[in-house]
Design a binder for this molecule. Structure first.
Ligand code: TEU
Ligand code: CA
Length: 586
């Protein structure tokens, strides 16, 4: 979409269940968010995305919605939500909700009615099929049957494990499709009535004062039809959803219609959770009049992930991270304005993932802080809209695990089962979940060193990371050298009228792109005046001297106390993980 009012903003993701609990029931809530709005404002945040707070059985932590027009009582009330919108508005902040419309919940009224009458109107809201026990028709390769002998329409594996087909409650031979959890039945976007329902709901929320939406798992709304089997990719005889998605075409017709009917007339801000888009379609997604304002770049998040299972995922190196970051910059540059992240509620903590484990072993606390600030600087000042996931700004880290019983996340539990069936040892499987699991990001925000990290006065719904007495906001706020204060400086720098032109809209040009463990780039603007800023990071422990494209005029940001500039010199000497933002004389 054309409007660019949001380009110079900073965005922040809240995972409400774990942000701040206002009433001591152990669950974060909307009044808790309101209580912390000034904190976010002071940090410099403008746009706030809330993971789902709609009414939900929380089988997938709110990504299973049973009523799109209500707030789950655990998160608050509709009055709380209206108050949040009003309080945000007072502070010139924008609230963005999660739009989860690939599926709803099996406890949604539509699904209940579909169960009552699969052949009626609401049956058409979902993908329901009446199945036979007969052997698969001849020529049907790879057919899969349910445990009681029904031949499934296709052999796709759901994201959270097992076939996408589940018996429809109350029926013997009816089945429904769910690409995620079985409590998340997929909505049938081919049905115009479903699309109407969704557009009405979106407009209802936008009319209430919402700035826009983060759009969940959206590529999945278009299925390759008719259902068919693909070659299995594991011993379970099933195939990954991605195999089907590669064949599905035409998602753009739905997305264009949704934009025209909802977002465009409201001039809403939208950010798509888009995986596996086809490169030639990028302009349709976020180009001029694209389906969305922007979309997340996930290239570094998915780097090294193995179809075999989490135990086989590779850890990312600084060079691989740089190559993801730079290739995304090149890919999107001429197309639109992307959204840059190093974390979200589905990913491990960035500070753990993107700082090599071998280096971390040799770091004291001070060096680790320097490295976290290095990571923050390089992703935050790249071209695009920078997003911060709650807790990232204080350098929160992955959660140590002692047993699978401690795990809440459905996708981690599935990954555990897959690994155990493959014969991966318990210890190795646990380490793999520690590295990749979604609980890492979902532990309560660490406000202070008080009990439960100051998140709740009750008993938190998910374990607080035991490192909270070290890593917490209270400790970092007064410390000018903390990770928190570095984020604050980064935000202030990007918003500084003197540097906004190059840092927001300026071009992105790699520097020393082939140098091992260096992440460096130029941000340049020609209008109104020519300005060049260099971001340069020595992303390793060993110090070294690196060349500059031109002498530095001014140091705009330095992540450690070591002094740097030698006037007139075309080189700079950097300590371990030292990272600078320099204004160049060119
Ligand atoms: O995630 C969509 C998605 O593609 C997932 O496969 C994601 O990669 C996975 O969770 C990683 O294990 C979105 C939400 O962000 C996620 O929290 C939801 O569980 C999912 O949709 C279903 O709504
Ligand atoms: Ca609460």
């Amino acid at each position: 979409m054309n409007s660019t009012w949001w380009h110079d903003k900073v965005a922040y993701q809240i995972y409400p269940k774990s942000f701040y609990d206002s009433n001591g029931d152990g669950i974060g809530d909307i009044p808790g968010i309101i209580a912390r709005l000034d904190y976010l404002k002071d940090l410099g945040v403008d746009i706030v995305w809330l993971s789902p707070v709609y009414r939900s059985p929380l089988a997938d932590q709110g990504y299973d919605i049973s009523d799109y027009y209500n707030i789950d009582p655990r998160f608050g009330t509709m009055e709380d939500m209206d108050r949040l919108l009003a309080e945000a508005k007072k502070r010139d902040m924008y609230i963005v909700m999660d739009l989860v419309v690939n599926h709803c919940s099996d406890e949604h009224a539509w699904f209940k009615k579909a169960c009552e009458d699969p052949e009626g109107q609401y049956g058409q809201y979902f993908y329901l099929r009446r199945l036979k026990k007969a052997a698969a028709p001849e020529g049907t390769a790879y057919a899969v049957t349910s445990p009681d002998g029904y031949v499934l329409p296709c052999n796709w594996r759901s994201y959270f494990g097992g076939p996408v087909w589940e018996k429809l409650p109350g029926h013997e031979d009816w089945y429904y499709l769910h690409v995620f959890h079985k409590k998340q039945p997929d909505l049938n976007w081919e049905n115009p009535r479903v699309r109407e329902e969704i557009y009405t709901m979106i407009n209802w929320w936008l009319d209430r004062g919402l700035a826009g939406f983060r759009i969940d798992a959206i590529i999945n709304i278009k299925k390759a039809l008719p259902f068919r089997n693909y070659a299995p990719d594991r011993a379970d005889g099933l195939c990954s959803i991605h195999t089907m998605l590669r064949e599905a075409s035409g998602v753009g017709e739905f997305l264009g219609e949704m934009r025209d009917r909802t977002f465009a007339p409201h001039n809403a801000f939208t950010v798509g959770e888009v995986f596996g888009e086809k490169e030639e379609e990028l302009p349709d997604f976020i180009g001029k009049n694209g389906y969305f304002s922007t979309m997340f770049d996930f290239s570094e998040a998915i780097w090294g992930s193995s179809p075999a299972g989490w135990h086989a995922n590779q850890g990312i190196t600084p060079d691989a991270y740089r190559s993801c970051l730079f290739s995304a910059q090149k890919k999107f540059n001429a197309v639109g304005f992307i959204s840059n992240i190093i974390e979200n509620h589905d990913e491990p903590r960035g500070a753990t993932r993107y700082i090599p484990a071998a280096d971390r072993k040799q770091m004291d606390e001070r060096m680790l802080t320097t490295a976290k600030k290095a990571l923050a600087t390089v992703y935050f000042l790249a071209k695009g809209l920078p997003w911060i996931y709650q807790g990232q700004e204080i350098g929160m880290e992955n959660l140590p695990l002692h047993s699978i019983d401690e795990v809440d996340d459905v996708s981690s539990i599935d990954a555990w089962n897959v690994m155990r069936e493959l014969g991966v040892s318990e210890a190795d499987a646990l380490r793999a979940i520690e590295r990749n699991g979604r609980d890492n990001a979902r532990t309560p925000f660490q406000w202070s060193a008080a009990e439960n990290a100051g998140f709740t006065t009750g008993s938190p719904w998910l374990r607080v990371n035991p490192d909270y007495s070290q890593i917490n906001l209270d400790r970092q706020q007064p410390d000018p050298d903390s990770v928190y204060n570095h984020y604050k400086k980064l935000i202030a720098l990007r918003k500084d009228p003197q540097y906004r032109d190059p840092l927001v809209r300026g071009s992105f040009e790699p520097w020393l792109e082939d140098e091992h463990n260096v992440i460096a780039y130029l941000r340049r603007s020609e209008v109104p005046t020519s300005q060049t800023i260099l971001v340069i990071s020595n992303y390793q422990l060993q110090p070294r001297v690196l060349p500059l494209p031109a002498p530095a005029r001014r140091v705009l940001l330095n992540n450690c106390t070591k002094p740097v500039i030698q006037p007139g010199k075309r080189q700079v000497s950097l300590g371990g993980y030292q990272t600078l933002v320099l204004e160049l004389d060119m």
